[in-house]
Write a protein that binds this ligand. Structure first.
Ligand SMILES: Nc1ncnc2c1ncn2[C@@H]1O[C@H](COP(=O)(O)OP(=O)(O)OP(=O)(O)O)[C@@H](O)[C@H]1O
Length: 622
């Protein structure tokens, strides 16, 4: 076996065969076998076989060009029949123990080919809770009445990542104004009771020690980080920054996250439901509901310890991060096009970098490897610096590699290669000569292929065995026979040499194919981005054009309106002027007649007549 343990605990979980009602999208015969546990000294004493299964072998399908049988070692291998509760008890419970009791950071991630059961392990289904629901259950059961909320000043004290911290009730009110409540998975969509006695961690400390729990959920989609608890229109989603802050030093943190203060399991499951609903999913040829992003569920535990001296509160923080990685996929199997293909390209690229980091972190532990290049993608940066930093003890991290023993052989073997703690391989031995007096050329050939590698041009020592099985002493072999054997040995060596060459070339071609596949994906992605950019620009021009035309149209209409108004005003003015002139003329006429009347009266008075009397008489005449 080559290699040394990773800094991670790496578990292998095999998924059960697809049910008839949910047939597998691509069929193959099971190629993966679990090896029996390595017997311990006590097993040997008692002649029993117990212990932990840690190894699997993979046998390539008969049509595969390489028939190499490979063996992979893991911390533990979980068989197809293993349920969620058992996996939780063996892997997650010890991590939670460390987080709760010792204040350590913990991380759990699932890694595997698409459809192998990563999301099932993390989030479960209607029949069985996932690791996340069980972890939340244990957390709330263990903390009980020690759970509290953070005060405003405590929020100030521990929030260095520009987070928006809010209560679960306020959060749900806000969310249900954006998302239809019935679309959010309900907490009771999962079994409400665990199928075994709930596991509880005894948390040390006086009764005055309280704990606050902050929950955040985000995804890495196409190498960008998005908050899943801040629902918004897909087009307006704003990527979050991953940067170092005043208090984080060199370590980067995701800033601007919405963090929900949860005080009970129901609220936490509601928040989880929102994150689940918001996560990017899509149907592919390999999985009906395939995760198209890497999802991070973070539970921040704030231990609030009151000082007996001055009554101040000290906050100690530990984080448990659960990561459901998107699955690697072959575009050919996944039958993806367009957006799905571009997503697949990003997923595979980030997983390729993760694979490199995992392999290098193994060799780094031996002290002769270059630094782990985790800065190549957001995913590796988050996993290696944020969620789990192997350099910064004390942390506990486990990866559950999920695999379908009858799934895609190439993809699964690739996944096992870079995630296993150790691996070895053997070329299979062709059938050996068993018995019989006559030894045919072909059986000789196959027999000698096993011992090829000898450079000496003479029948090797295994000939003694041959002479025995063929029934006669070695001396009885004729010179011709000996020559034929030497000739055959040489031919076998040459054939072996050629096979090795061919295998090497095939491996190189494989690597090249992978490279080309990556290049094509990248080209398709950048081509699509270019096209989208072009379409956006064209659309923008069109909109600008339209806006200008509309503006001109409105201007024109305004002009017409103005003119009409002015004309109307003019006409009105003219009519009024005529009216006034007429009125003035009337008044002037009346004025003149009055003036004439006054003159006449004056004249009569001057002549000694009584104008008033005459006027009265005139009136009487009427
Ligand atoms: N251990 C298991 N027991 C029962 N059902 C399982 C198990 N593992 C997976 N499944 C079922 O198989 C289907 C695919 O699993 P899942 O969606 O978890 O795959 P995945 O690895 O997350 O895929 P992807 O990367 O495409 O998201 C689901 O219907 C799931 O319920």
């Amino acid at each position: 076996m080559e290699g040394q343990p990773h800094a991670f605990q790496v578990y292998l979980r095999l998924r059960p065969p697809y049910h008839q009602s949910t047939p597998r999208k691509s069929h193959s015969e099971p190629f993966l076998t679990i090896l029996p546990p390595v017997p311990t000294a006590s097993d040997q004493d008692q002649d029993t076989e117990s212990g932990t299964k840690t190894q699997v072998t993979i046998h390539p399908p008969s049509h595969h060009r390489s028939q190499k049988i490979e063996t992979f070692s893991f911390t533990e291998v979980f068989e197809e029949t293993c349920g969620q509760v058992e996996v939780f008890g063996r892997i997650v419970a010890p991590i939670l123990d460390g987080v709760l009791k010792d204040g350590r950071d913990g991380m759990l991630a699932t890694l595997g080919v698409t459809g192998s059961g990563k999301t099932h392990t993390i989030l479960g289904n209607r029949q069985a809770r996932g690791m996340t629901q069980m972890a939340l259950d244990v957390l709330f059961r263990s903390l009980g009445d020690k759970i509290s909320k953070l005060s405003e000043s405590q929020i100030e004290q521990c929030n260095d990542a520009e987070a928006e911290i809010m209560n679960a009730e306020a959060f749900m009110t806000r969310v249900t104004s954006v998302i239809e409540p019935q679309q959010i998975p309900k907490p009771n969509a999962f079994p409400t009771k665990p199928s075994v006695d709930p596991y509880v961690v005894q948390c040390p400390g006086p009764a005055s020690t309280k704990y606050a729990i902050l929950m955040s959920i985000y995804e890495v989609y196409n190498d960008r980080i998005f908050d899943l608890l801040a629902p918004s229109n897909a087009a307006r989603r704003k990527a979050l920054l991953f940067k170092s802050t005043k208090t984080s030093g060199d370590r980067k943190v995701v800033t601007g996250l919405r963090k929900i203060m949860v005080t009970n399991l129901y609220d936490a499951l509601q928040v989880l439901g929102v994150g689940q609903y918001q996560r990017s999913h899509g149907e592919t040829g390999s999985n009906d509901k395939s995760s198209r992003s890497h999802c991070f569920i973070t539970l921040e535990l704030k231990k609030l310890k009151k000082s007996r001296l001055d009554g101040s509160t000290k906050i100690k923080e530990s984080t448990f991060t659960i990561v459901d990685l998107a699955g690697s996929e072959r575009a050919r199997n996944a039958k993806t096009v367009g957006d799905r293909l571009a997503e697949g390209g990003h997923i595979n690229k980030s997983l390729m970098f993760l694979g490199q980091c995992l392999e290098l972190s193994t060799t780094q532990s031996l002290g002769h490897a270059p630094k782990v290049p985790y800065r190549q993608s957001k995913l590796t940066e988050l996993l290696f610096t944020n969620s789990y930093n192997p350099a910064a003890e004390p942390q506990i991290a486990a990866i559950i590699v999920t695999a379908d023993p009858a799934g895609d052989f190439n993809a699964t073997s690739q996944m096992l290669k870079y995630s296993a703690l150790a691996k070895s391989s053997v070329n299979p031995r062709p059938p050996t000569v068993m018995s019989g007096r006559s030894v045919s050329g072909s059986s000789l050939f196959s027999h000698f292929s096993v011992v090829s590698g000898s450079t000496e041009e003479r029948p090797d020592s295994s000939l003694s065995a041959l002479s025995v099985v063929s029934g006669g002493p070695r001396a009885m072999l004729s010179q011709d026979m000996m020559n034929m054997i030497v000739l055959l040995q040489r031919q076998v060596r040459e054939a072996d040499e050629r096979a090795r060459e061919a295998e090497k070339r095939a491996e190189e071609a494989d690597a090249r194919c992978l490279e080309i596949e990556m290049q094509v994906r990248e080209e398709v992605t950048s081509d699509m981005e270019r096209r989208i950019g072009l379409m956006e620009r064209q659309m923008l021009f069109k909109l600008q054009d339209q806006a200008e035309k509309e503006e001109m149209h409105v201007d024109h209409k305004l002009d017409i309106l103005k003119r009409t108004l002015m004309e109307t005003n003019d006409e009105n003015d003219r009519a009024r002027d005529v009216e006034i002139e007429e009125y003035v003329r009337e008044l002037e006429a009346e004025n003149n007649s009055l003036r004439n009347e006054v003159q006449a009266l004056k004249r009569k008075r001057a002549n000694g007549e009584s104008p008033l009397k005459e006027r009265s008489l005139n009136r009487l005449k009427f």
